[in-house]
Design a binder for this molecule. Sequence first.
Ligand code: PLP
Length: 344
Amino acid sequence: MAIDLRSDTVTRPSDAMREAIAHAPVGDDVYSDDPTVNSLEERVAAMFGKEAGLFAPTGSLANQLAIRMLVAPGEELIAETNSHIVRAELGAAAVFSGITTRTFPEKNGLLKASDALEIARPNSGPYLVSTTAIAVENTHNFGGGTVQPISEIAALRTGADELGLALHLDGARIWNAHVASGVSFLEYGKYFDTISVCLSKGLGAPVGSVMLSTKERVTKARVWRKRYGAGMRQIGLLAAGAHYALDNNIDRLAEDHRRAKEIAVAIAAIDSSLIDPSIVETNIVGLDLAALPITAAELAQRCRDAGLWISALGPKYARLVTHLDFNDAQCAEAIEILKKALVA
Ligand SMILES: Cc1ncc(COP(=O)(O)O)c(C=O)c1O
């Protein structure tokens, strides 16, 4: 059986999670009649100190519903250059919501509030685009699982308030940020107007994200979710998997972080230009192959031939993500395969 480290989305529901799914009370969620969905939305909203939540089938949709509530057509969202909203949602903000984006680059995606605030241009009058919101990704996926410092988030909030801007958190992996930093979900929640969290990445549910905000925004977002065709029926089945994931799979993320660090340390020992292990704080290991005579696609192929699946996300950038279906024995095996593939 191959070891699959392409993403933390490749996990399969455990027997216990399937059991919870099988016995979930359900109803028609388009009528807001599904008790398991309703309790999940309330639960996640309370965790982050928000008034309401809305279940969404994907993190992308949760992000898109949220930013649509903050930014009007023709207005601007600012986000980091390699953020998921900018790079991996296929222009959805522009296509669906008429939102323009401007970006600021950060090394490893690590937020510096002043960089975002510097390019913000609210109330730009009739000739220039007005900024209305800033998005933060925590942890930062393509940055290598980077945890955003709470001091920078707080500084961003202060600056955003001075400029009259809203803040969105793409918290697909906020669980990893919490476990790595010890910062509470309530603390993260208080700085943002809208939040998206994902239950199907590190936490291992098969499907599901939740968008969080005020009752008013969530009520409006519910209409847009239906308009986009994502009004679903007996999805308590999915929400039950998400409840199970919240009950059982948050604290264990520390194991994923430990294994990612082990991989990073082993790879840095081969060639320190590939990765600085000190920046691996969560479950993502990003490899910079710039100094090696091998492309990311070639490395991924060599690994695949040896039974390890990794992602080639750029010509010279490969990514490995640890997750709950990856154990210590597989970690040792993955390290051996990587060592051989890198020096071959
Ligand atoms: C940071 C981040 N946000 C949002 C998403 C989107 O999630 P989905 O694939 O469920 O649309 C991802 C997916 O990997 C992600 O890494």
